[in-house]
Write a protein that binds this ligand. Structure first.
Ligand code: TXA
Ligand code: MG
Length: 315
C-alpha cells in the first residue's frame, strides 16, 4: 500500500539521520532519531531553535519506556498507564542512550507515546525513539496541517507525511510526576481536570521568563507574524483588522477577516481549530489580530495560555 510504503521510506530516512515531519494527535512533529546526536542537531538547525530548549522523545508503545529508561517512578508509570497513547508528556531521568543534545544537557528527558496510528507505525518502523518538537520555526505558530509545515520549514525537512488536520490541535500537556505531587510544566491537550481525576491534586508551575522549566513556556511564543491582542475590545489601530472569536462573530466593528473557533461553544473543537484559524488570519493581510479568550476550563486553559503567549510577543 502506498501509505505503508510512505511510512517505511520515512522510517528509513529517520534511521539514516534525516528529518521527517509527521502528524500526531496534537500538532505535527519534526522528527529525528533520538539516539543520534547529529540527527538531533539538524532539528535545532531547521527550527532555528535555541540549544537550551530540550526535545520530546516519542515512543511507539508505552511498553518501550522501561526498555529505554529502566525503572520509572510509580506515579510516572501510573500516568503513562492511564493516558498513553495520548497527549501527555512525562519527565523521566535521561538514560545514557539518549545524547545530551536531545535534552539540552538536562539530566531529565521528556517522553510520550502519541495517539496517532501513523505516528506510532512510523516510530515502530524506525525502531528508535524519535525526538520531535513541533514542526514550525521556533516561536511561531504551531503546525496542525502538513501545509503549515511545508510553508514554515519547507526545504529543511527531508520528508513530510500528510495525515490531514490534527485531532487535538494543541501540544501535549507536560507533567513531572517524579516528586511528591505531580507538577504541570506546560498546559496542553490533556486537561488538568483529567489529571486530577486520575492522580489527585497537581500543581501548575509554568515558567514565563529566563531559562524556563519547559522552554515552550517562554512568555512570548506561538506567535503569528501579525501583531495579536487579547481581549482588546474597542481598541483600534485604524488598519485592516482580523478577529478570532470563540462562539460567534463580533456584533460590531469593522473586521476584514473573522474566524470562529466553535459555534457550539465546544472547547475541544475550539482547541483543534486554534492554530489553523491563526494561520488563516495571519495570511489574510490584516495589520492586527484581536483574539477573544475562551472559558478558562478544561482544554480552554491551554487555549488561553497559547493566546496569552502569542499576544506577549507584541508587548
Ligand atoms: O504535543 C507535543 O508535545 C508536540 C508533538 C510533536 O509531540 N511536541 C512539542 O514539542 O510540543 P516542542 O518542542 O514544541 O515542545 C517541547 C516542550 C518544550 O517546552 C521543552 O522545553 C519541554 O517540552 N521539555 C523537553 N524536555 C524537557 C525536560 N527534560 N524538562 C522540562 N521540559 C522539557
Ligand atoms: Mg513548539
Amino acid at each position: 500500500m502506498p501509505a505503508d510504503r510512505g511510512i517505511d521510506e520515512a522510517a528509513a530516512v529517520l534511521r539514516a539521520g534525516g528529518l521527517v515531519a509527521f502528524p500526531t494527535e496534537t500538532v505535527y512533529g519534526l522528527g529525528a532519531n533520538a539516539l543520534d546526536p547529529n540527527a538531533a542537531a539538524r532539528i535545532f538547525e531547521a527550527k532555528a531553535r535555541p540549544s537550551f530548549d530540550p526535545l520530546i522523545s516519542h515512543l511507539a508503545d508505552a511498553a518501550d519506556l522501561p526498555a529505554l529508561v529502566g525503572a520509572v517512578p510509580p506515579a510516572v508509570a501510573a500516568l503513562a498507564d492511564r493516558f498513553w497513547p495520548g497527549p501527555l508528556t512525562l519527565i523521566v531521568d535521561r538514560p545514557a542512550a539518549i545524547p545530551p543534545i536531545v535534552t539540552s544537557g538536562l539530566d531529565t528527558m521528556a517522553v510520550r507515546v502519541p495517539d496517532e496510528p501513523s505516528a506510532r507505525a512510523l516510530i515502530a518502523a524506525a525502531g528508535v525513539p524519535v525526538a520531535a518538537p513541533s514542526a514550525n520555526r521556533f516561536g511561531q505558530l504551531s503546525p496542525t496541517r502538513a501545509e503549515h509545515v511545508v510553508a514554515g520549514l519547507g526545504g529543511a525537512v527531508d520528508v513530510v507525511l500528510d495525515g490531514g488536520p490534527t485531532r487535538c490541535g494543541i501540544e501535549s500537556t507536560i507533567v513531572d510526576a517524579r516528586g511528591e505531587r505531580p507538577v504541570v510544566l506546560r498546559l496542553g491537550s490533556l486537561p488538568v481536570e483529567a489529571l486530577v481525576e486520575a492522580v489527585g491534586p497537581v500543581e501548575v508551575r509554568q515558567g514565563s521568563s529566563g531559562r524556563p522549566v519547559a522552554p515552550g513556556t517562554l512568555a512570548a511564543h506561538y506567535a503569528p507574524r501579525t501583531p495579536l491582542r487579547l481581549d482588546a475590545v474597542g481598541a483600534h489601530d485604524g488598519g485592516r483588522r482580523g478577529f478570532l472569536a470563540f462562539r460567534e462573530p463580533p456584533a460590531d466593528g469593522d473586521w476584514a477577516a473573522v474566524e470562529v473557533l466553535s459555534p457550539s461553544g465546544d472547547l475541544t473543537a475550539a482547541a483543534a481549530r486554534l492554530f489553523d484559524a491563526l494561520h488563516r488570519l495571519d495570511a489574510a493581510g490584516v495589520t492586527e489580530i484581536v483574539a477573544e479568550a475562551v472559558p478558562d476550563a478544561g482544554v480552554g486553559r491551554a487555549v488561553n495560555d497559547r493566546l496569552r503567549r502569542a499576544a506577549a510577543t507584541w508587548h
